[in-house]
Write a protein that binds this ligand. Structure first.
Ligand code: ADP
Ligand code: MG
Length: 574
């Protein structure tokens, strides 16, 4: 399409705004132009944080000589013509704003050579005025060089951060584009030193990640299970790579989202991803991820943000749940301990019936009987499986040593019991009313104002999990029943401890999960407690039946696996 100035009617429909905020935003616009031009080889070069000098060179389609000057006019674009084109934008650019905005605040030169032309063209501009426009030999493609950004605008320059911080932003930007376009050769050169050079080629995201991060990280990443979120009806697809729960970072800067390969910021997608990892990660740890959402152009509006870095989805909920499901399936499909086919034939031998059961034992056992819920709080997901394990004994009154068909499993008794109780309470909440034990004598408890508020606002969940409590006087309540899974001689203390856990939340946002976490936390057997063989067997059996036996509610492992081949190697038998 030739470059044309948009009609005022179309131009006013464009979410215009300041596109040139800092060097990284200039590079973003130039990179997007190169990608729109079909380039397969792009080199980004910066000096002095991009403020002194930046250059983006591509081997794309180039600009025909006769259109070069026009490209620097406001609202001049080759990417759309009518306002109906705005409804299904397939290019990264569409406003015809970037080149004129950059030219207005810098010294810019653009050297280009389109295949329709014999030779190339160069244009040089300073603060919006053309200094030079002439024919000049050039390789196919376009090279844009920007010097002295905001040179005549000291006020704008003041808003820039240090050179190191501007360079950091540029690095992050280039990294994200390398991940989004694994098939493109993309190099970043900072102050004369190659920061990364992704060779493109295979189009594999893992390979791109190896070039921009490191190969060890890239090797550990999981590919999002391909059929996880492809929904035939809407043509929405989620693909990309995510880190296993064992590979995390302290902040979210290693998470990138792309919609139709446009790098965007999205609270919706971030929340969806975090929900998918919920229960897999420890508090305040974040995964690494590069996630693409491919969606019909008309189902997403990219014309909502000046820097085009946010989008609006027509069906937000659908996008949210597709992403969450795809990620969750991938995480569950990847199990840190191997999934082996389970045969229940050994079960009878493991758990002799009718044995005396000690204090917590009976409670765990109650949870196991009856049907198991096959649905989690969100989309149904395949279950992790554990082989049948035979208990060998207790180590340091903290770990249970067990044997499976292919090796040895060392189970953390507290983490494992926490997982079992967590799922049990969640199940109880679904059942309504939950199973509870009525106290022989109701006990009175004094509540602080914030605790009272909690009791009032969570009245329904309180009774669903089994806390029967009623107001008695000012600040005083009568506790009549406690959840079945709590077995204690001191119900009042148990109640207050659960209240404390609840107030703190344990990092869980949903109240249902906060309750499950709080009760599990309080009720789980502690490390250091001696367990009988039967108690251990029963706990292991409960764990086998859990939906996510490999991790505690906070994502810490419940067990460590020592495979027989590992043992053989360690003992030099192989
Ligand atoms: P937009 O990308 O929104 O169209 P720009 O101001 O960024 O607006 O660019 C104006 C026009 O210049 C583009 O529509 C395109 O035709 C042309 N152009 C800019 N950069 C390049 C490039 N690297 N290769 C080929 N054409 C380009
Ligand atoms: Mg553009």
């Amino acid at each position: 399409m030739p470059i044309k100035v948009l009609s005022p009617e179309v131009a006013t429909k464009i979410a215009a705004g300041e596109v040139v905020e800092r060097p990284a935003s200039v590079i973003k616009e130039l990179l997007e132009n190169s990608l729109d031009a079909g380039a397969t080889d792009i080199t980004v070069e910066v000096r002095g944080g991009g403020i002194d000098y930046l250059r983006v060179a591509d081997n794309g389609c180039g600009i025909p000589s006769g259109e070069v000057e026009l490209a620097f006019q406001r609202y001049a674009t080759s990417k759309l013509q009518t306002s109906s084109d705005l409804e299904a934008i397939s290019t990264l650019g569409f406003r015809g704003e970037a080149l004129p905005s950059i030219a207005a605040v810098s010294h810019i030169s653009l050297l280009t050579h389109a295949s329709s032309d014999e030779t190339g063209t160069v244009i040089e501009m300073q603060s919006g005025r053309v200094l030079r426009l002439e024919r000049q030999g050039a390789p196919p493609g376009t090279t844009v060089t920007v010097r002295h950004l905001f040179g005549d605008f000291p006020a704008r320059r003041k808003f820039l951060r240090s050179i190191a911080s501007e360079t950091g932003r540029i690095h992050a930007l280039a990294t994200h584009y390398a991940l989004a376009y694994p098939e493109i050769r993309l190099a970043l050169v900072v102050d004369g030193i190659t920061s990364f050079a992704h060779t493109g080629g295979s189009g594999d995201m893992r390979e791109a990640m190896a070039s921009v991060y490191d190969s060890e990280v890239a090797g550990a990443m999981l590919e999002i299970a391909p059929h996880g979120a492809r929904t035939q009806d809407t043509g929405l697809a989620v693909w990309g790579i995510i880190s296993p729960p064992s590979l995390t970072r302290a902040n979210r800067s290693y998470i990138a989202f792309f919609v139709n390969r446009r790098w965007i910021q999205s609270r919706l997608l971030m929340y969806s991803l975090e929900q998918a990892y919920h229960g897999f990660l420890m508090e305040r740890r974040y995964p690494l991820a590069a996630v693409n959402v491919s969606i019909a152009y008309e189902d997403v509006d990219v014309n909502v943000h000046p820097a085009k870095s946010e989008v609006r989805f027509r069906r937000e909920n659908h996008v949210f749940s597709c992403l969450q499901e795809a990620v969750r399936r991938t995480l569950i499909g990847f199990s840190p301990v191997p999934s082996l086919p389970t045969s229940r034939s050994e079960e009878a031998r493991l758990v002799p019936k009718g044995e005396a059961r000690s204090f917590w034992f009976s409670q765990v056992a109650q949870g196991a009987q009856g049907s198991l819920p096959e649905t989690l709080s969100h989309a149904p997901v395949p279950r992790e499986t554990l082989p049948i394990l035979r208990v060998l004994g207790q180590v340091q009154n903290t770990y249970i040593a067990t044997e499976g068909p292919k090796g040895m499993y060392l189970i953390d008794q507290h983490a494992a019991h926490e997982r079992v109780l967590f799922e049990k309470v969640r199940e109880d909440i679904q059942k309504r009313p939950g199973s509870f034990q009525t106290l022989l004598e109701p006990v009175s408890v004094e509540l602080k104002p914030h605790q009272e508020e909690l009791v009032q606002s969570q009245r329904e969940l309180m009774s669903r999990v089994g806390f029967e409590i009623e107001a008695f006087g000012p600040g005083t309540y009568l506790l009549r029943g406690i959840p079945n899974v709590i077995n204690t001689a001191n119900p009042k203390e148990a109640f207050l401890e659960v209240m404390d856990f609840l107030a703190e939340g344990g990092g869980f946002e949903e109240w249902k999960e906060r309750f499950a976490y709080s009760i599990a936390c309080h009720g789980a057997i502690k490390a250091g407690m001696t367990l009988s063989y039967l108690e251990m067997s029963e706990l292991v059996r409960q764990l086998e039946r859990s939906h996510q036996p490999h991790t505690c509610p906070h994502g810490r492992p419940t067990m460590i696996y020592l495979s027989s081949s590992h043992l053989e190697r360690e003992f030099g038998r192989r």
